[in-house]
Design a protein. Structure first.
Length: 346
């Protein structure tokens, strides 16, 4: 290297400061930083190191100034090298190797309420508005709660092993939510107004219209002076609130735990009563069973049937969901298929 003027020395040495700064901005690894260090500060042929050899060629005050300039730039470069190493180690800790930052992100997954849950909540809300509260009970019941107290005769076919799932000699998976009616009556005294949502179990085949486990919702109102008029008025109010303005009709029916008993139909929502395949051409859709609580049921639960009367109803929210959403196969309700649940969500 030729001898330099102090001005030239200061110019070249000063330039290394900015040069190293620019180079370090492109460094991606500690190896990149080390290569830059060797290139400028390397003991053998470092670009800056070479200029150290020039310092003794200056004399007096100039040598002092050249030495100060050299040390300042060297300190600056060493500082920037150390800073860059720290930054890189922080970034390395946060990033995962081979991440493709250009890949489209996953879309947000949103769940949906099950249609049966939606229907149950709406039914409960309608009855809550008119003074009913929610009651629940165990899914494993004794034969007494599930059958005997509900006025089933001892040889009733429902108690057959072919229809009911027995957990033990006397313990069944409840075949309806009616045992909770007995428990509510026992918890008495009247007035009692409860709605009872819950799962029930039957030895049914799993086909388009049956499932071995399904939801049920029942209601019970017991007080002095309750009559069939209350039953009709309340259930008609319910149908109007749930389905909108609709015609209803009551047909005589039979259940062991109510007398008299009636099934309630609403006008078919698809054909407006003119008859279609969904309503099997009748123009009506059955939505629930109901009746005046049998005096034997009140007595079994310890409620004086001479003093109190009451009515009860029971319906299947799954069946109502099928009708409301136009679902042809009940098994769809058990698939938890998000494409389906998303469609019917509120
Ligand atoms: Zn119809």
């Amino acid at each position: 290297m030729n001898e330099l003027t102090l001005q030239a020395f200061e110019h070249f040495v000063g330039r290394f400061g900015t040069e190293v700064d620019t180079r370090l901005r492109e460094a991606r690894t500690a190896e990149d930083v080390e290569a830059i260090r060797v290139e400028y500060l390397g003991r053998a042929n470092g670009k800056l190191t070479d200029y150290q050899k020039q310092i003794p060629t200056f004399s007096g005050e100039e040598r002092k100034l050249a030495g100060q300039q050299f040390n300042a730039v060297k300190k600056l470069i060493e500082g920037r090298l150390a800073e860059t190493l720290t930054e890189l180690s922080r970034v390395t800790r946060l990033s995962v190797p081979d991440v493709d930052l250009t890949m489209p992100s996953r879309s947000q997954f949103r769940g949906a309420e099950h249609p049966v849950t939606v229907v149950i909540e709406e039914i409960v809300e309608i009855f809550r508005e008119i003074g009913f509260t929610v009651a629940t009970g165990p899914e494993a019941e004794t034969e007494w709660y599930n059958f005997t107290a509900l006025n089933f005769p001892p040889d009733h076919p429902a108690m057959d092993m072919h229809d009911t799932m027995y957990l033990a000699e006397d313990v069944v998976l409840r075949t309806h939510t009616s045992p909770v009616q007995i428990r509510s009556l026992q918890a008495g005294p009247p007035p009692i107004r409860v709605v009872i949502p819950g799962n029930v179990y039957r030895l049914d085949p799993f086909d388009a219209s049956h499932a071995p486990m399904f939801a049920q919702i029942e209601g019970l109102a017991v007080d002095e002076g309750i009559s069939f008029v209350d039953l009709k008025a309340t259930l008609t109010h319910f149908a109007t609130r749930f389905f909108g303005a609709t015609r209803t009709r009551f047909r005589p029916s039979y259940f062991p735990f109510t007398e008299p008993s009636a099934e309630m139909d609403v006008e078919c929502r698809l054909c407006k009563g003119s008859g279609c395949p969904a309503c099997k051409g009748t123009g009506w859709m059955e939505i629930l069973g109901s009746g005046m609580v049998h005096p034997n049921v009140l007595d079994a639960a310890g409620v004086d049937s001479e003093k109190y009367t009451g009515w009860a109803f029971g319906m299947g929210p799954a069946r109502i969901a099928l009708q409301r959403y136009g679902i042809p196969d009940i098994r769809v309700l058990y698939d938890s298929e998000m494409r389906f649940l998303g469609q019917v969500a509120r």
